[in-house]
Design a protein around this ligand. Structure first.
Ligand SMILES: Cc1cc2nc3c(=O)[nH]c(=O)nc-3n(C[C@H](O)[C@H](O)[C@H](O)COP(=O)(O)OP(=O)(O)OC[C@H]3O[C@@H](n4cnc5c(N)ncnc54)[C@H](O)[C@@H]3O)c2cc1C
Length: 427
């Protein structure tokens, strides 16, 4: 039974590997020069640069099933975050998980979050820890902002913590993203660690794809330009070199806009872009392994991630690596982008002479622009996402677009797609 998988992102890799292991004759074609899709890393002058700043949650259920986490040599961020606002930097942390006495004391003394908000956060963490993923995803949906207000959080807590923190995850500081995404991500962070593999996020895709590459099942630099049909059945794909690949089933594991174009089927609409400026410095800008959130209302940089503090392998000896994440793809050139990043970082470190000197000597390694990083996930979207079995015979869908916009969802979609094919087309 020949299965053609179009797209070598996480979802396509998981689907292809499962079918290959089950004895199907699998071919995976990938348009770009490497596997991983949105989860790739590059080595640049001895630094590891992911394609945009991203992380893995060790509690992701599908990741736990499909990845050998130990082999990824995971390095964890410290729980909580540093919130930068009006020239101050204050620590917010999870008292259930943080073992750093200084962070715990700092968080206890912070003026940004009131004692009542701290209590609500703790109660929420405890409740979500007790509930299963199915329980937190059940029931009616609403916007994250509506949910936070209903839970009694103050505007100050929402504006200074939830907007930059969860806005950074959903690429949506307005917090209009589904509260189901919020609950799921909050639970993932409470239940496990926030990590990057020592060799970069691309190591996740490398692990998923290793078996397929060894077996010669992957064709890189190979783009599907159209699907082939016989009567009402999808029978293969035409490639960019004009050749055709025939198969008993075709899996589209491409991002939503490309899946819509190739299949002609309705897919989740819209796109959320993000950018990332990679900075190398000779000295650390701050100590510790917490994310730094820019809580200013007019923030350009949303998050500063101290990658080499978390995983020293990300930078060569004597250097420190930071990812400055921006929640859009502004139409400005690299030098304007870097200038705007520097304005925000100067505002954040304004009272520290050493950090200002470090910034003055910082090296910009790369600017990433990712126009399609995620699709928007408003309340009520998820039950209406496409199924792995498409409306066209012989055509299956894998990819975040059948579940939600995350690495966990992409893995889950790949698993479910492979299961559907094994049921419909037993070997
Ligand atoms: C900057 C950024 C930050 C993120 N942060 C996080 C995070 O912290 N945590 C998290 O869980 N998720 C995060 N995500 C989301 C996560 O990366 C994605 O949800 C997930 O990787 C999607 O996987 P996928 O396999 O569905 O699609 P993709 O990774 O997009 O893979 C699709 C593949 O199809 C290929 N392709 C496209 N068209 C064709 C064609 N015609 N022929 C052949 N091949 C084709 C593409 O080249 C690509 O390799 C982030 C994403 C970005 C970009």
């Amino acid at each position: 039974m020949r299965i053609l998988i179009i797209g070598g992102g996480v979802a396509g890799l998981v689907c292809a590997r499962a079918l290959h292991r089950a004895g199907y004759d699998v071919t995976l074609i990938e348009a770009s020069d490497g596997i991983g899709g949105r989860v790739r890393s590059d080595c640049v002058d001895g630094f590891i640069l992911d394609r945009g700043f991203q992380v893995l949650f060790t509690a992701y259920p599908a990741a736990r099933r499909q990845l050998n986490l130990a082999a990824l040599d995971l390095r964890a961020f410290d729980p909580g975050a540093i919130v930068a606002w009006r020239g101050r930097r204050e620590v917010l942390t999870d008292p259930l998980r943080d073992r750093d006495p200084a962070a715990l004391i700092g968080a206890a003394l912070t003026g940004i979050v009131s004692p009542a908000d701290k209590l609500r956060t703790l109660q929420l963490a405890l409740r979500l820890r007790r509930q299963t993923v199915d329980e937190i995803l059940a029931g009616p949906d609403r916007a994250t902002l509506t949910e936070l207000k209903a839970l009694g959080f103050s505007d100050q807590m929402i504006d200074r913590f939830f907007r930059p923190f969860f806005g950074g995850i959903f690429l949506d500081r307005s917090l209009q993203t589904s509260a189901k995404c919020f609950r799921f991500n909050f639970k993932m962070m409470s239940d496990g660690e926030t990590v990057v593999p020592a060799r970069g996020m691309g190591a996740i895709a490398d692990q998923l794809g290793a078996e397929l590459l060894r077996a010669g099942k992957v064709r890189l630099n190979t783009r599907a330009v159209a699907l082939l049909n016989n009567a009402d059945r999808v029978t293969g794909a035409r490639l960019d070199d004009g050749s055709e690949l025939l198969a008993d089933a075709v899996v589209l594991a491409t991002p939503a806009p490309e899946t819509a174009r190739l299949s002609g089927l309705p897919m989740p609409e819209g796109s959320l872009g993000s950018s990332c400026v990679w900075l190398a410095t000779r000295h650390p800008l701050y100590r510790g392994k917490k994310l730094l959130l820019n809580a200013e209302d007019n923030a350009f940089v949303n998050t500063l991630a101290p990658l080499s503090a978390v995983a020293p392998t990300y930078a060569p000896s004597g250097w420190h690596l930071y990812a400055a994440a921006i929640l859009s793809v502004p139409e400005i050139d690299d030098s304007t982008m870097m200038a705007r990043v520097m304005v925000d970082l100067h505002r954040i470190f304004v009272n520290e002479a050493a950090a200002m000197t470090t910034l003055a000597n910082a090296r910009i390694l790369r600017v990433d622009r990712i126009p399609f990083a995620q699709f928007p996930q408003p309340p009520g979207l998820h039950p209406n996402l496409p199924d792995n079995r498409s409306a066209r015979r012989g055509l299956y869908l894998a990819g975040e677009l059948t579940e939600a916009s995350s690495i966990n969802a992409a893995i889950l979609s790949g698993e479910r797609c492979a299961e559907a094919i094994q049921v419909d087309l037993p070997r």
